[in-house]
Design a protein around this ligand. Structure first.
Ligand code: KG4
Ligand code: ZN
Length: 352
């Protein structure tokens, strides 16, 4: 039987998601029920609350994904589900649903690494994109630089030693009182700063310098592929506290721009280093932080200077979704891979 249409299921963190994707490239439906509002009052994801919500949402979300694709469970050729990394209680909800469907409908089933899913979001947004490539995956829980020589093969070049890039965005945003998740807010406010700097009404403003008053660290910029954002986070929090203790007013727009620039500098330099060392022409970005407008702008400019093609997924495919899981699942199921029905959730699953 041909394997064409895959049902993807994703519940690794705070989005309950299901999608149907055809031949790994065409999205027939993509349903994401976000729990962001539920967790906002806590300033972050509460694992126990997330699991309970997944239980309530998973079946309606799967039904809706099938309905929007104009299909019944019998029309699906396989089921792909995230089994790690993520919150164990959350992962188990999606995994159990996927196993039940696979067993009931007698369809093949495969477990997918969430980070691999993020990478495949690029193949959905860019139908002609092919490996080899270098991928920067930057999300709330992960920051990892990868070399992808072919479909399904990964060489981890470097990852974060402490905080993920998105985590740093969220923690600093929280102290600035910008709410959760804070990444998109910092992006928006920093953009207002650049617009202000470069506006004709501010002839002294030099957007290329920008935010020079605030000096923040760029860890391990000059060597290797490892990242570290905890020093930056601490320096940022110290700066905010010092300004407040002195009774001064923090220019939140300028500070957001300076903080974002420190993260973007490191991400761009290391990604370009990897592209040169691996001699690839395709560079892709994945994960929630890949929708950061400054990161896109700077990565695209750095790529253009070096004759590289730089890609990122459409915004809806950057943050957690199940279409990316279905896309990754298609290539694995197509290659004959199957997961056993006793596959367990793996909160710390690494990409291999
Ligand atoms: O991929 P994702 O939905 O979840 C994980 O797998 O972690 O990423 C969520 C993260 C959050 O930390 C959020 O603040 C960040 O992505 N994010 C952004 C932007 N949009 C989302 N960070 C910076 N700028 C953005 N525009
Ligand atoms: Zn994610």
């Amino acid at each position: 039987m041909a394997i064409d249409r895959i049902l993807g299921i994703e519940t690794s963190c705070d989005e309950t998601a299901a999608a149907v994707v055809e031949r790994g490239r065409r999205v027939l439906s993509n349903v994401v029920a976000s729990q962001i509002e539920l967790h906002q009052k806590f300033g972050g994801v509460v694992p126990e609350v997330a699991s309970r919500r997944h239980v309530e949402l998973i079946l309606p979300v799967i039904d809706e994904a099938l309905e929007r694709a104009g299909m019944t469970p019998a029309d699906v050729d396989g089921v792909a589900v995230t089994y790690g990394p993520g919150l164990v209680g959350s992962l188990l909800v999606g995994l159990s649903a996927a196993k039940a469907l696979s067993l009931a409908m007698d369809k093949p089933f495969v477990g997918i690494n969430h980070i691999e899913g993020h990478i495949y979001a690029n193949f959905l947004s860019h139908p002609d994109l092919e490996p080899p490539l270098v991928c920067l995956t930057v999300a709330g829980g992960h920051t990892v630089l990868l070399y992808v020589p072919e479909y399904g093969a990964y060489e981890v070049l470097g990852s974060t030693r402490d905080d993920a890039a998105g985590e740093a965005f969220d923690k600093v945003a929280r102290v600035l009182g910008l709410g959760y998740p804070g990444g998109p807010e910092i992006d928006r406010i920093a953009r207002a700063f650049w617009d202000r700097e470069q506006s004709p009404a501010n002839p002294q403003g030099d957007g290329s310098r920008g935010a020079v008053e605030i000096v923040l660290p760029r860890a391990m910029l000059d060597e290797g592929y490892e990242f570290s954002f905890s020093g930056l986070k601490t320096a940022a929090l110290n700066h905010i506290n010092q300004v407040r203790q002195r009774g001064l007013t923090l220019d939140v727009a300028e500070f957001s721009a300076a903080f974002q620039e420190a993260i973007v500098d490191v991400l761009v330099v290391k990604t370009m280093r990897a592209a040169a060392d691996k001699a690839v022409t395709n560079v892709i970005m994945a994960g929630g932080v890949a929708s950061n407008s400054r990161l896109r702008e700077r990565m695209a400019a750095a790529g253009a200077e070096r004759g590289l093609n730089v890609f990122w997924p459409a915004p809806i495919l950057c943050t957690d979704n199940a279409a990316m899981i279905a896309a990754a699942g298609y290539y694995r199921l197509q290659a004959g891979e199957r997961s056993p029905l006793d596959l367990n959730a793996r909160p710390g699953l690494a990409l291999r």
